[in-house]
Write a protein that binds this ligand. Structure first.
Ligand code: PGA
Length: 240
């Protein structure tokens, strides 16, 4: 199965630089005939429409970084799943550790959002991952197991749900989990989620992508910082 290569741009980018980046990505992906990966970019909400316009004839797909659990209503500043779908999104990242940390999102809220995403025909990329202190205490599997049990709604299927394992201590820090740690955790997650695709995220870059993408039970990667540079992100994709 082709690896899923997802770029999470977070709160980065104005139009000019971002559209230049997607043009480079579209050109780069067109030149790769191997079919070994599917590429997805998740821009900030303000850039979804212009990015979609640029990518409409490309094989690259796009998605949002969050959605509300309700389809519409008095929720100032929020974005609903049908709005993402309306912009041509196929994916939405949910329960990213930055949302859990800075917005206090609970796993129950993530499950409600995922349900809303499914109802709109979006694939939910549900993020899980332990804190540094939890790993030091040997609690990584119990933490991730609980997040999986509480964040995945009963509407989830292989067609509409992807899991992203992102150890919080590896996000944006330059620290990557070791191949053994990734292998062990992905095997644990596989036991819980069956055939759902499982991505790894946390300081993935072109230089370490090949080893990570060829680790057992790694079906793709969720990339933050390195997805902001077209060459680097393409380098990750071709490593698949
Ligand atoms: P990073 O972020 O690649 O910058 O570590 C990954 C993520 O937060 O999805």
């Amino acid at each position: 199965m082709p690896k899923l290569i997802v770029g999470n741009w977070k709160m980065n980018g104005l139009q000019a630089e971002s559209l230049e980046r997607v043009e480079k990505l579209a050109a780069g992906v067109q030149g790769d005939a191997s079919g070994s990966f599917h590429m997805v970019v998740c821009p900030p909400a303000t850039l979804i429409a212009p990015v979609a316009a640029k990518l409409k004839d490309s094989v690259i797909r796009w998605g949002g970084q969050d959605c509300h659990a309700e389809a519409s209503g008095a929720y100032t500043g929020d974005i609903a799943a049908p709005m993402l779908k309306d912009m041509g999104c196929d994916f939405v990242i949910l329960g990213h550790s930055e949302r859990r940390q800075h917005h206090g999102e609970t796993s129950a809220e993530v499950a409600a959002k995922a349900k809303a995403a499914h109802a709109s025909g979006l694939t939910a990329i549900i993020c899980v991952g332990e804190l540094d202190a939890q790993r030091s205490a040997g609690e990584q599997e119990s933490v991730v197991g609980r997040q999986l049990a509480e964040s995945i709604p009963d509407t989830a299927s292989t067609e509409n749900t992807v899991i992203a394992y992102e150890p919080v201590w590896a996000i944006g820090t330059g620290k990557t989990a070791s191949a053994d740690d990734i292998k062990q955790m992905h095997a644990f997650i596989r036991g819980k989620v069956g055939t759902l695709q499982i991505l790894y995220g946390g300081s993935v870059k072109a230089a370490n992508a090949s080893e990570i993408l060829h680790t057992e039970n790694v079906d793709g990667v969720l990339v933050g910082g390195a997805s902001l540079k077209a060459d680097e992100f393409l380098g990750i994709a071709v490593a698949s």
